[in-house]
Design a protein around this ligand. Structure first.
Ligand SMILES: [Zn+2]
Length: 289
């Protein structure tokens, strides 16, 4: 959870970030984001007016040159129990999550997956929670957002067994090499690059980005974590995605304003195609709760 979500959304608007996918883990922070989101957006527009006014105050004496307010980003929700919290995933919570997926602002189930680095839940429990949520995502017709850490072989095998969701699979915060990226790409997955793409000693991550087809590429922040260069050491916000996107343009050789604009438009179209889709049949059904 971000410290001041409204302010972060206003900053996104100032930087031209038009789409934000926020993560909700019901085992960790409940479903509070669903209720809070409209309030954050109202607050964000007030913050945005103040930012634009402050920017305008420096220009000219009369301040007559009023800048139009940039649009606030569209916010969609990925809801899912993170592998860290797999031990807390009960049948009741799966049912409650299923009901929340009917909210049309939800566009994915995630972050779900496996984390064998921290092992905060026993591995067999992580695998069961992962399977249960893949099945739920498929029933709901939604994509999955994957958190995989030092567990890619098991994660890939489980998805291959269950079947990759037709609505799509996003491998989040990719920080490995091209060899690892390629099997996920071949399985039709989207690969999202965050701060690690910009880290100085991460040449293999930049190489991985080059092998991902341009219509499968996404950028992200993983805010409040993984702040990109040159701002490492500060708290990350969703607006920081502009730094990662800039590096991605460099890595892919988009070095003219036109080439950059084309690539950025493609990234935005990819995010829209995967995460801003029309309501699924599951979401059009009335809630059974
Ligand atoms: Zn993650």
């Amino acid at each position: 959870m971000l410290r001041d979500p409204a302010l972060e959304l206003a900053r996104c608007a100032m930087h031209g970030v038009a789409f934000v996918e926020t993560i909700v883990d019901p085992a960790d922070d409940g479903f509070g984001t669903f209720e809070a989101l409209p309030g954050w957006l109202m607050e964000a527009s007030a913050d945005l007016r103040a930012m634009v006014a402050a920017e305008g105050a420096g220009e000219g004496a009369g301040g007559e040159e009023r800048r139009a307010l940039p649009p606030l980003p569209a916010v969609r929700i990925a809801a899912g129990v993170h592998p860290h919290n797999a031990k807390d995933l009960t049948d009741d919570l799966v049912a409650a999550l299923g009901e929340r997926l009917r909210d049309r602002r939800v566009s994915a189930v995630g972050e779900i997956g496996l984390d064998y680095h921290y092992d905060l839940s026993p591995r067999p429990v992580q695998r069961e929670a992962f399977r249960a949520q893949i099945r739920l995502a498929k029933a709901a017709g939604l994509p999955v957002v994957l958190h995989m850490r030092e567990a890619h072989d098991d994660g890939f095998a489980i998805l291959a067994e269950e079947g990759f969701p037709e609505a799509g699979t996003l491998l989040h915060c990719f920080n490995l090499d091209g060899a690892e990226a390629s099997r996920w790409v071949e399985a039709g997955c989207y690969i999202a690059f965050g701060g690690p793409l910009t880290f100085k000693r991460a040449e293999e991550v930049r190489e991985a980005a080059r092998i991902v087809p341009v219509n499968r590429l996404l950028t992200e922040t993983d805010a409040p974590y993984m702040t990109p260069e040159p701002l490492r050491g500060t708290l990350c916000g969703p607006a920081h995605v502009v730094w990662t996107a800039a590096v991605l343009c460099e890595v892919l050789g988009a070095d003219t304003p036109e080439a950059r604009a084309t690539l950025l438009a493609q990234l935005y179209a990819n995010a829209e195609a995967l995460l801003d889709r029309a309501p699924t049949p599951w979401q059009k059904e009335p809630s059974h709760a």
